[in-house]
Design a protein around this ligand. Structure first.
Ligand code: CAA
Length: 291
């Protein structure tokens, strides 16, 4: 039988890490969350309450299960605490910075020496093979486990083995994603995997269409929503993901696939330079006064 973890350690309490912690807890797993930024824990607690409240309202989770899930999530004060609390599966969901992630995986590898502990990364585009290499002797236990935002609602987990990942680790990742109520689908470790290789150039193209005056953002988004049944138009989705993240992912695609056709649109880069990062900064393509 495939071995499932008993306690999941999540690194990062932001949108993605918080969502991953929530779905793990709802699936009945004990969860420990660590975030280096002061204030992240309180914000994450608030997001959990709001999200679970919505799911209770919709009858997807009972109030008792929501309360029990919240009680299964513990916030800890250091990476070392994840080890002392007995976490036997780590999901890293810190910001998309290759050096930061590699340093973190080197540290995780020295802390979690037990061969059974899997070190998963939620990176959306950074090479899993390079992250695994940074984990040295633990490289075979590193795997990509890519969730989608908003994690409690999105069905997919993209599972990406590094060149070094042991086949058993990939199987266990698929089993854990299934236990978390998700549908795992496998992709190979090439820049952007499948999701962002296909999605990001489409979003980038919407910025080109806007820059060239083909249509205004509302029309671009309306056409794609109504004509292609997208839940959000491409420019609205770019704001939701974060325009800086979109630029970073386009850079990874251009460099990783050795092809300038993946370069970020100048208008997209200009908005980022102006601090218009999308929902998180209150303004991107659109304005979000309440955020
Ligand atoms: N938890 C629980 N409920 C939530 C929620 C959450 N985290 N987020 C939203 N909801 C609820 C809302 O409260 C709302 O509830 P009501 O109907 O009761 O008001 C309901 O979901 C619908 O939300 P909205 O009315 O705000 O808007 P919507 O109908 O457009 O749905 C959405 C929101 C689910 C986000 C939908 O627009 C959607 O699926 N958008 C596309 C998202 C997407 O493509 N995500 C992937 C991004 S790429 C990525 O994550 C990976 C990467 O590497 C970049």
């Amino acid at each position: 039988m495939t071995q499932l973890p008993t306690k999941v350690g999540v690194l990062g309490a932001g949108q993605m890490g918080g969502g991953i912690a929530q779905v793990a807890a709802v699936a009945g797993l004990q969860v420990c969350v660590y975030d280096a930024f002061p204030g992240a824990v309180e914000k994450c607690r608030g997001v959990h309450k709001k999200s679970l409240g919505k799911l209770v309202e919709k009858g997807k989770v009972t109030q008792a299960d929501a309360d029990a899930s919240l009680a299964r999530i513990e916030f800890v004060a250091s990476v070392e605490d994840l080890k002392s609390r007995g976490c036997d599966w780590i999901v890293e969901a810190v910001i998309e910075d290759a050096k930061l992630k590699k340093d973190l995986f080197a540290r995780l590898a020295s802390l979690f020496t037990d061969e059974r502990v899997v070190l998963a990364t939620n990176t959306s585009s950074i090479s899993i093979t390079e992250i695994a290499t940074a984990a040295g002797p633990a490289a075979g236990r590193v795997v990509g486990m890519h969730f989608f935002n908003p994690v409690p609602l999105m069905q997919l987990v993209e599972v990406i083995p590094a060149v070094q990942t042991a086949p058993g680790v990939t199987e266990r990742t698929i089993a854990l994603a299934t236990k978390m109520g998700k549908t795992p689908l496998k992709a190979n470790d090439r820049a952007g995997f499948i999701s962002n290789r296909v999605l990001m150039p489409m979003l980038n193209e919407a910025f080109y269409a806007w820059m060239e005056g083909v249509a205004e953002p509302e029309a671009i988004d309306g056409i794609m929503k109504l004509g292609c049944n997208f839940p959000m138009g491409p420019l609205r989705l770019a704001d939701f993901i974060g325009l800086d993240t979109c630029v970073n992912i386009m850079n990874v695609l251009a460099d990783g696939l050795n092809n300038d056709r993946y370069r970020a649109c100048p208008l997209l880069k200009q908005l980022v330079a102006a601090g218009r990062l999308g929902d998180k900064s209150g303004r991107g393509v659109y304005e979000y006064p309440g955020k």
